[in-house]
Design a protein. Structure first.
Length: 93
């Protein structure tokens, strides 16, 4: 017997047929499970591929937003430097 980490129901499964990294669904709650260790036998609830792909896309979008903000800050800093240089030139003249 294997216990689902999500719903704690006992799943009837032959432990000898399992390999580390095997994926299967809980028969009771339907959560995706992965065998993370054989000795001791440990299962982890994992996201399905569609949800994982969406999360990766969201993470990528967040990085793009950060890059855009960094770029805008650099542009603002550059403009400030140009203004300071112009002011210094005016002071010399």
């Amino acid at each position: 017997m294997i216990t689902c980490p999500a719903c704690a129901v006992d799943i009837d499964f032959d432990e000898e047929d399992l390999d580390e990294g095997d994926l299967f669904d809980c028969t009771e709650c339907g959560v995706n499970l992965r065998v993370s260790s054989l000795k001791p036998l440990e299962l982890l609830a994992v996201k399905d591929d569609a949800a994982a792909a969406e999360d990766e896309e969201e993470d990528f979008d967040d990085e793009d937003d950060e890059d855009e903000e960094d770029e805008e800050e650099k542009e603002d800093d550059y403009e400030d430097e140009l203004e300071e240089e112009e002011d210094e030139e005016d002071d010399w003249n």
